[in-house]
Design a protein around this ligand. Structure first.
Ligand SMILES: Cc1cc2nc3c(=O)[nH]c(=O)nc-3n(C[C@H](O)[C@H](O)[C@H](O)COP(=O)(O)OP(=O)(O)OC[C@H]3O[C@@H](n4cnc5c(N)ncnc54)[C@H](O)[C@@H]3O)c2cc1C
Length: 390
């Protein structure tokens, strides 16, 4: 949608900065927070094509979870025990940092709850994997709990699942309120420019020139926090970051019945009840994998129907509730499912923070801190470094 002169409150475009961060989602604002905190004399400009939170950060389900797109047993198979534990602990630290720096005493305002999340199996095969994960995780002192079929009904109000596990340290939040809280903590050295679309990044003297629809900004360093849209700006991302659509529905509020948010079907589908009673249900991109790739955020009928069927089949308390919202958003899946953070192997002045593969709330704030580490010359762990992918 175009923006009229009258509606444009973005103010004049700065012409110079130390760092330009492209993208006003949780990755961009987290990066701005940590870089600005480390060096308050640095001039940082965040440029966002639409408004802050217009991308996936304002369109997700609000799960703040540990780990990644797969059950822990598979993470161990892929990465080995040591790295799988590092990956898990990375998001545990994300939660700790969010609570310490952003959430603080505002949990109620942000609809933040730290009561754990659940992964539910609808087949014995998946339940076996969850039980294996539970056993593995316990040997590594990760807090998990196995949930029997009968408890799923009584604790989560859900039907049609044979068992599950609870990740005790997970939580949930109102994602836009969280983003606003990060924005409110940005130092005075940080300027946020909404309705600024970056068209190109060019070399300029020893630095870079970021060309936007409103004018150019000369700077020393550029950070892409552009999630699934990154390949549109730099070919480096073509075979590393894949735009992937996710769809959600929300219902009117019903009396609270769920102990915590739930994933189902190998982390592909998910549902949660907000502290205010509304139900949010998402997933089913596996039904039309080819269509769910790309940049269009139109909702599809097939997935819309699948979400409704899921609601009717599994969550009796909302069968009669009115569906009030439906939406979709574009996620950035990385080629190996792990985030990519730090300088690109192709250019020391170009940085990236993203590739959260549907788990940005559980990863981005800590990733912003690690990005600042890289920018100030400290080492970035290999499993998360953008340089592991050439
Ligand atoms: C339906 C759905 C459900 C999800 N559920 C969860 C969940 O429950 N828990 C969880 O942890 N994660 C979830 N995710 C994933 C999570 O939302 C993302 O991982 C996270 O928001 C990524 O943050 P980001 O800042 O990298 O990207 P975004 O929030 O997408 O921000 C990128 C920004 O870059 C801007 N931009 C792009 N190109 C340009 C340009 N050329 N110039 C200027 N600006 C540009 C975009 O407008 C956008 O605002 C979900 C995602 C979706 C879509």
């Amino acid at each position: 949608m175009s923006v009229s002169y009258w509606n444009d409150r973005s103010g004049p475009t700065p012409t110079q900065a130390d760092v330009v961060i492209i993208g006003g989602g949780i990755a961009g604002l987290s990066a701005a927070y940590w870089i600005g905190k480390e060096d308050p004399s640095m001039k940082i400009v965040v440029v966002e094509k639409f408004e802050i939170g217009a991308g996936a950060t304002g369109r997700n389900a609000g799960f703040v979870t540990c780990g990644s797109v797969e059950h822990f047993n598979r993470l161990v198979e892929k990465h080995g025990k040591e790295e799988a534990l590092q990956i898990w602990q990375f998001s545990e630290e994300n939660m700790r940092l969010l609570k310490e720096h952003i959430i603080q005493d505002k949990a109620q305002d942000l609809l933040f709850e730290h009561k754990g999340s659940f992964s539910l199996a609808s087949t014995d095969v998946e339940f076996k994997e969850l039980q294996n994960s539970d056993a593995l995780m316990k040997t590594m002192s990760i807090s998990v709990e196995t949930i029997a079929e009968s408890e799923i009904k009584s604790r989560l109000g859900a039907e049609g699942f044979v068992g599950g596990i609870k990740y005790v340290e997970d939580g949930s939040v109102h994602p836009i309120k969280l983003l606003e809280a990060i924005r409110a903590k940005l130092g005075s050295n940080i300027t946020v420019c909404e309705h600024h679309e970056v068209h190109a990044i060019e070399k300029s003297g020893d630095g870079k020139r970021v060309r936007t629809n409103k004018g150019s900004i000369d700077c020393s360093l550029v950070v892409y926090a552009t999630n699934g849209y990154s390949p549109l700006l730099n070919k480096f991302f073509d075979d590393k970051i894949f735009p992937t659509r996710g769809q959600i529905l929300a219902t009117e509020a019903v009396p609270r019945f769920m102990e915590g948010p739930c994933y189902a079907n190998f982390v592909l589908d998910y549902f949660r009840q907000l502290p205010t009673g509304e139900m949010v249900i998402g997933g089913f991109r596996q039904l039309q994998k080819d269509v769910e790739k790309g940049y269009s955020d139109e909702a599809s009928d097939l997935i819309r129907n699948a979400l409704e069927e899921f609601l009717h089949k599994h969550i009796p308390a909302v069968r009669k509730a009115k569906i009030t919202h439906r939406w979709s958003g574009i996620m950035g899946f990385s080629v190996d499912g792990q985030p990519m953070v730090g300088a690109l192997p192709t250019d020391d002045q170009l940085f990236f923070v993203g590739g959260f593969t549907a788990h940005g709330l559980g990863l981005a704030f800590h990733s912003g801190k690690v990005l600042a580490d890289g920018l100030f010359g400290r080492e970035i762990p290999k499993f998360i470094s953008a340089r592991r992918l050439r």
